[in-house]
Design a protein around this ligand. Structure first.
Ligand code: ADP
Length: 306
């Protein structure tokens, strides 16, 4: 195989109580990427459509993640990459992670799969480091493994795949405002009280158990974040109205997607997820904020060939 076209999913990191450790992949929104083998060594990004992003290999997360893979590979050639960028950068649904993960997943396929998913995550994390100064894995892990993933440990890196209940759907609304990931990190507290820690890990354990047991009620009860959401939600206009409206429309629960400004809700079944989308739509319409909205099944495959 000389060339491959792949779907690179958007992802929701944190998922309320799992700050920096939990993430899930989406099906209805993602980038499309074409990766092709070349005789010339190195990586060349030949075309980007949809968004204004750097073509220079070292300035594009796809290039940086790809170089990390090449460095560990005995392949003597290189790759060309074309990106159809459908996820807006800075939206909080893993725009950079989609490119990093898609690039390394596609290269691994073209090379006959010499690398494990864990190694691919490590390469893709180099792209995340370029985008946000932190080599975090909570978006690239679900993009590569699919479904829900838990980053149990960063040192050594330990990724755990969590099963996805069949009827779980996500609704994601992206208000068209800009929040810099670095700003939304700066405002976080660096210390927790024991009381807050106990509430948080109670919910994280509950969410994981709910996913394993396909217990939608337990998933809903566990979608509570006492650490990040109380602080970050201040940056997102209409946050309380959106989340309470989603709940009234039948959502199991909701929270900030990644570092925001996107807000996600999880629901049992597509019909409810669509009702949640309608409620969110009405809320932002009445406040007068422009937005994109997506309803998606959880993508259990991750990056996939098209
Ligand atoms: P998101 O949370 O949606 O991934 P980030 O703010 O983390 O958005 O990352 C976007 C940053 O990464 C921007 O500064 C963007 O210019 C940079 N970037 C470089 N290459 C890419 C790429 N291929 N896709 C998306 N963002 C990229």
């Amino acid at each position: 195989m000389e060339e491959i076209k792949v779907f690179c999913p958007a992802t929701i990191a944190n998922v309320s109580c799992g700050f920096d450790v939990l993430g899930l992949a989406l099906d209805a929104v993602g980038d499309v990427m074409i990766v092709r083998k070349t005789a010339k060594k190195g990586i060349k990004i030949t075309n980007i459509i949809g968004q204004d992003l750097p073509l220079a290999t070292e300035k594009n997360v796809a290039g940086v993640a790809g170089l990390a893979l090449l460095e560990k590979s005995d392949y003597s050639g290189g790759f060309e990459i074309e990106i159809d960028k459908r996820i807006k950068p800075g939206s909080g649904i893993g725009s950079s992670a989609a490119s990093s993960s898609g690039a390394v997943w596609a290269m691994n396929e073209l090379l006959g799969q010499p690398f494990s998913n864990l190694e691919l995550v490590q390469f893709a994390m180099q792209g995340e480091k370029l985008a946000s100064q932190v080599a975090h894995a909570d978006n690239v892990a679900p993009a590569i493994y699919g479904g829900f993933t838990l980053v149990r440990s960063y040192n050594p890196l330990d990724i755990v795949s969590i099963p996805t209940p069949d009827e779980l759907f996500a609704t994601v609304i992206h208000p068209q405002i800009e929040i810099k990931t670095s700003d939304s990190r700066k405002i976080l507290k660096t210390k927790l009280t024991l009381e807050t820690g106990i509430r948080q890990w109670g919910n994280l354990g509950g969410l994981i158990a709910g996913l394993f047991q396909e217990d939608y009620e337990l998933i809903g009860r566990s979608l509570e974040d006492h650490v990040v959401e109380p602080i970050r939600s201040i940056l997102i206009p209409g946050f309380d109205d959106i989340t309470s409206g989603a709940k009234q429309a039948g959502a199991l629960g909701s929270g900030i997607s990644g570092s925001g400004p996107s807000i996600f809700a999880l629901s049992q079944g597509e019909v409810t997820a669509e009702k949640v989308a309608e409620a969110m739509h009405q809320t932002y319409k009445s406040i007068g904020i422009d937005f994109d909205i997506h309803v998606s099944k959880v993508n259990t495959q991750g990056v996939k060939p098209l």
